[in-house]
Design a protein around this ligand. Structure first.
Ligand code: ADP
Length: 365
């Protein structure tokens, strides 16, 4: 019997050793950095990549301090996981690297405070690629814009009869060409605008503004456009919403974009209704239409850049799929939120919420 127990123990021991070796090998060989920090801000475990990062000498904020701050904020916010980006080296320098850091609380012992395990993934190559794509877009857009501006100018001169009288047919064809050039100009501006925002150059100028007034002005301006396409634009927004802090040009742009999208997605005879809702800490503005709606599986994707939902084929006009991505960035820049509720065939409701309190309304650049 004793021999049996001894053999069983030996087997258990060997299995445990095997498990331990496996775990050690995974921690050692994974292609990401791993750093584990305890409640006293001490590093209790680091794999070779994690260790190399910790030992690195950099002019900017040392990686160790950044990791300790991340662990502290996971504890302070009581979050189970948190993702952030860490930068090593100076921005735009050849040795600049960007790491995506995933921090998670790890409960290893019921009686002890949880540890924080941080996984660090090098995303520098991805970032560099995104940057060169942005620069490429910017270069191409500028190159296209100059000849297009001149084309636009000449068409207008001819249309005004400054190059001689036009026959009605010539006038009609040139007007079509003029409209197309205007559309192309609009798309190029959209691309440039998106690029600017992507490159972190969205500069907001927040002021205490009257949201009711902004909505009323935009609604009046777009009502005629809606009418021309057989739609009714109704403004039901409360006429005395409290003032809040926002960049009226940028939020006006969001409103404009949402209403124009609604116009494009709604067949003649439909209605677009603007509504407001007051919440404890937010004001909500909703743009609701009775249009084609968005399939459930596409609702989260439409905010991605260049994404155009499949319903677009059945609606009017076409664009680059950048409008909502730009709106999202503007609203998030105000610490707000933008989302959609929609049912295919019945319509969509896009809502943006802006914070009301002074503290939350400190707008980011
Ligand atoms: P764009 O208008 O340039 O295509 P957006 O980013 O503004 O790009 O919109 C992305 C997609 O979301 C659109 O292609 C369209 O399919 C869908 N969409 C946006 N607004 C509505 C709406 N009110 N109703 C139905 N679909 C919409």
């Amino acid at each position: 019997m004793q021999a049996g127990i001894a053999i069983h123990n030996a087997e258990m021991h060997s299995r445990l050793r095997q498990q331990q070796r496996l775990l050690e090998a995974v921690v050692r060989d994974i292609n990401d950095g791993l750093v584990v920090i305890n409640a006293h801000s001490q590093i209790v475990l680091a794999n070779p990549i994690g260790r190399a990062l910790l030992d690195e000498q950099v002019d900017s904020q040392p990686i160790q301090a950044q990791l300790l701050a991340l662990a502290a904020s996971i504890r302070a916010e009581g979050k189970v996981t948190l993702m952030t980006e860490l930068q090593i080296g100076q921005e735009d320098d050849a040795d600049e690297r960007v790491y995506q850091a995933f921090g998670s609380q790890v409960r290893h012992d019921e009686s002890a405070e949880p540890l924080v395990a941080i996984l660090l993934r090098d995303i520098s190559a991805q970032r560099a690629e995104e940057k060169s794509r942005t620069e490429f877009f910017s270069m191409v857009s500028h190159e296209l814009r100059n000849p297009l501006n001149s084309l636009n100018g000449f068409i207008k001169v001819v249309l005004r009869g400054q190059a001689g009288a036009l026959t009605p047919l010539q006038n009609e064809f040139l007007s079509i060409a003029d409209g197309q050039v205007e559309q192309l100009k609009g798309r190029i501006s959209e691309l440039l605008e998106y690029n600017r925002i992507e490159a972190g150059r969205l500069v907001l100028d927040p002021q205490w503004n009257d949201m009711s007034l902004l909505v009323a002005g935009t609604a009046t301006r777009l009502a005629l456009h809606a009418e021309q396409t057989g739609l009714q634009l109704i403004n039901e927004v409360d006429s005395d919403l409290p003032e809040c802090l926002f960049d009226s040009e940028r939020i006006g742009q969001v409103l404009n974009n949402l209403i124009e999208n609604a116009i494009k997605a709604t067949p003649p005879g439909g209605t677009i209704t603007l509504r407001s809702e007051m919440h404890e800490e937010e004001v909500w503005i909703r743009v609701c239409d009775t249009g084609v709606g968005i399939p459930a599986e596409e609702q989260s994707k439409i905010f991605q850049r260049f994404y155009r939902a499949h319903n677009r084929a059945s609606s009017k006009g076409n664009h680059l799929g950048l409008g909502l991505a730009i709106c999202q960035q503007i609203v998030v820049g105000h610490h707000g939120r933008l989302w959609v509720e929609s049912e295919e065939g019945r319509g969509s409701c896009f809502t943006f919420a802006l914070p009301l309190s002074r503290r939350a309304a400190v707008v980011s650049k």
